[in-house]
Ligand binder design. Structure first.
Ligand code: BGC
Length: 405
């Protein structure tokens, strides 16, 4: 079949995302760093025969120092946008004490992004907390919104000039469930009650921060929501599906979208809905990434069309694949973009796509082995950056603003 040319809207943003803790290195003042070095975590890794250095962020990709090289590569790959994370733990190392040095650092980082022609999305919270904040109970604390907003307000004053879009909190639903329900991320709790409390405090924190950001900067604001495509399984009722949709996608969105100027969508997986709305990663019938997650590009299209009801511009703030051999990344990107294009044809106001991730990085509990990067980080060779073949294919799309499919 002859290939079709699928054009994207004028001024579409093309780029890739990263987060602070996952690439910078030495985020030593954070709860994630403390967790990685806790006796319990280390013993657990050793019992499983793992090398600690593969599961501790350490110097990560050293992007704290090598950011300019990373942005230069993004520019070389025809990207016109980037999403970075800044670390609260660096900026406010002690409660109420803001580090000029770190604010200057992030100013330089953003200046560099701009000098490389990149529109900037800045995430203010991506899973990691300052230690002092986690000692106060983090988002379990009823003052958490106020504490977060104070930090956001300082950042708004200092980094506004080089920021085009703000993302307040990355994946509140993942943060809350992994940290307070499933016991996987610090502080490792398993409590439905605490999860609900944290979710509601995150909602309040976002709404407070969004108001400040708008007032001080006037720039567009969103959360980065991880949204799922849900498929009812067989006999399961409408009620289970409705419940899953509500818990997975709508509870937080409905309570925060009012203070958002756009919707930041992180899309990875498609889920089957089980009884009581419990979700299961769908794996059958699909190709899988290196982490065993099923690949389901149609789901992204369906999701984007569903989001039309909110009547806001949409930016895809993450979508990516762990593929160390770079065997299916090109196809992954093209298949997802095919459905993004189809959703745009159906009226979804999608204005940008940021692949996750620009470079291989520290993949939280999995350590360094899952490879999401357009650019490989060679950990055996001084963290050398090596552009993957799929990145050059994505670069063609970024340049042409169309997909040949
Ligand atoms: C998170 C990233 C993570 C990616 C791949 C997203 O949900 O925001 O931090 O690296 O998933 O697991």
């Amino acid at each position: 079949m002859p290939k079709q040319i699928l054009k994207f809207p004028k001024d579409f943003l093309w780029g890739a995302s990263t987060s602070g803790h996952q690439i910078e290195g030495n985020n030593t003042n954070s709860d994630w760093w403390a967790f990685e070095h806790s006796q319990r975590r280390e013993q657990d890794l050793l019992n499983r025969g793992k090398k600690l250095e593969d599961y501790q962020s350490g110097i990560a990709c050293d992007s704290y120092n090598r950011y300019d090289e990373d942005f230069a590569l993004a520019q070389h790959l025809n990207q016109n946008a980037t999403r970075i994370g800044i670390e609260w733990a660096r900026i406010e190392p002690q409660e109420g004490v803001f580090s000029e040095k770190e604010l200057n650092h992030y100013e330089k980082v953003l200046q560099s992004a701009k000098a490389h022609g990149l529109t900037t999305f800045v995430t203010l919270h991506h899973y990691a907390n300052p230690l002092w904040f986690s000692r106060k109970g983090a988002f379990l604390n009823k003052r958490s919104g106020e504490l977060f907003t104070r930090y956001v307000s300082v950042v708004a004053d200092r980094l506004n000039q080089y920021t085009d879009f703000w993302l307040t909190i990355n994946e509140p639903e993942v943060y809350a469930t992994h940290s307070y329900l499933l016991g996987r991320y610090p502080p490792g709790r398993r409590s439905v009650w605490q999860t609900l409390k944290v979710v509601n405090h995150l909602i309040a924190a976002h709404n407070g921060a969004a108001k400040i950001l708008k007032f001080k900067t006037g720039k567009p604001v969103s959360m980065a929501y991880q949204l799922s495509d849900l498929e009812p399984s067989g006999h399961l009722s409408y009620v289970s599906h409705f419940l899953a949709e509500y818990l997975a996608n709508e509870y937080i969105l409905n309570r925060t979208v009012g203070t958002c100027d756009f919707i930041g969508v992180n899309y990875y997986v498609h889920h089957h809905v089980g009884i009581f709305g419990i979700r299961k990663h769908s794996q059958s019938k699909h190709e899988q990434n290196d982490l065993g997650w099923g690949i389901h590009p149609e789901g992204l299209g369906r999701l984007l069309v569903k989001l039309k009801k909110y009547n806001k511009p949409i930016y895809i703030t993450e979508n990516g694949v762990a593929d160390a051999k770079d065997a299916f990344r090109e196809k992954f990107i093209k298949d997802h973009l095919f459905y993004v294009h189809a959703a745009i044809q159906q009226g979804a106001n999608v204005k940008g796509y940021l692949y996750w991730s620009l470079i291989d990085n520290f993949e939280w509990l999995h350590g360094f082995w899952p490879r999401f990067g357009l650019i490989e980080i060679d950990r055996e060779d001084l963290l050398r950056r090596k552009v993957r073949f799929s990145a050059t294919k994505y670069a063609e799309i970024c340049k042409q603003n169309y997909l040949e499919y």
